[in-house]
Design a protein around this ligand. Structure first.
Ligand code: 3SL
Length: 244
């Protein structure tokens, strides 16, 4: 198995595709997706375009759908949810489909949607993702950070590093044996430096600071936890993720 980390969708190769591609948007799209599925959502359908989301979700019964829209960290007017994982309680999402569009995370998912296996990872469900990789042993794995509008983000890179670090330990091999690019080594170094203070790292990150300015503090704490959710979001059909 070879693991490649790409910091943003824009830096992800276009001429090839991985056997397994993993989208990461720790703050907060993939944390929200994993939480919604853990709370019993029927599925999560991701869109980069808000109008498309509205048109597709319109064909669903209102009591079977939730529309989540985020831009710039804030909830889009007229949508049921923004992008807070804490909104995704069993009472609110169970048995419903979450139609979601966010600034960067849903774009990352769209960028890798052609891969034979597409997963969504965050720190909270890291173990479930690593277990899947250990069991399935795909040859080429991409971890694609969502970043922020084309820029690098610390929180997505540290999550990529958390996955690589744990995978290497589970397989009992040296990092150099699975690292496919320098970004993978750098991501693991970042994780090893911050693994005991991930919330502290979020306080240094541009997007963490953006969310804190908006008064979004509890989400940061929630998203900084590791391995708290045994949920593997996996793409079942284009753009539609279910819990495996
Ligand atoms: O960029 C994204 O996709 C979002 O996760 C950003 S936010 O955390 O909802 O502001």
């Amino acid at each position: 198995m070879k693991l490649f980390v790409f910091h943003t969708p824009e830096l992800t190769p276009t001429a090839t595709i991985a056997d397994c591609a993993i989208a990461v948007d720790v703050l907060r799209a993939t944390s929200t997706i994993a939480t919604a599925l853990g709370s019993g959502a029927e599925a999560v359908q991701a869109f980069s375009d808000l109008d498309k989301l509205l048109a597709v979700s319109e064909t669903w019964a209102p009591d079977k759908r939730i529309r989540a829209g985020e831009r710039g960290g804030s909830q889009v007017e007229g949508f049921d949810f923004g992008n807070s994982p804490l909104d995704c309680t069993p009472e609110r999402v169970s048995g419903r489909r979450l139609f979601i569009s966010t600034t960067n995370g849903t774009r990352a998912l769209q960028r890798i949607e052609a891969a034979p296996t597409v997963l969504a990872a965050a720190l909270i469900n890291r173990r479930a993702v690593v277990q899947h990789l250990v069991q399935q042993q795909p040859d080429v794995v991409w971890i694609v950070g969502s970043g922020w509008e084309g820029s690098y983000s610390l929180e997505d890179t540290v999550c990529a590093g958390a996955i690589a670090h744990s995978l290497q330990a589970e397989l009992g091999i040296a990092l150099e044996q699975i690292a496919g690019n320098d970004e993978t080594i750098a991501a693991v170094s970042l994780y090893r430096q911050w693994q005991d203070n991930l919330l502290g790292l979020f306080h240094h990150s541009t997007h963490g600071k953006r969310l804190l300015k908006l008064g979004i503090t509890e989400d940061l704490t929630y998203c900084s936890q590791q391995d708290t959710l045994d949920v593997l979001p996996i793409q079942r059909e284009l753009g539609v993720l279910v819990k495996q």
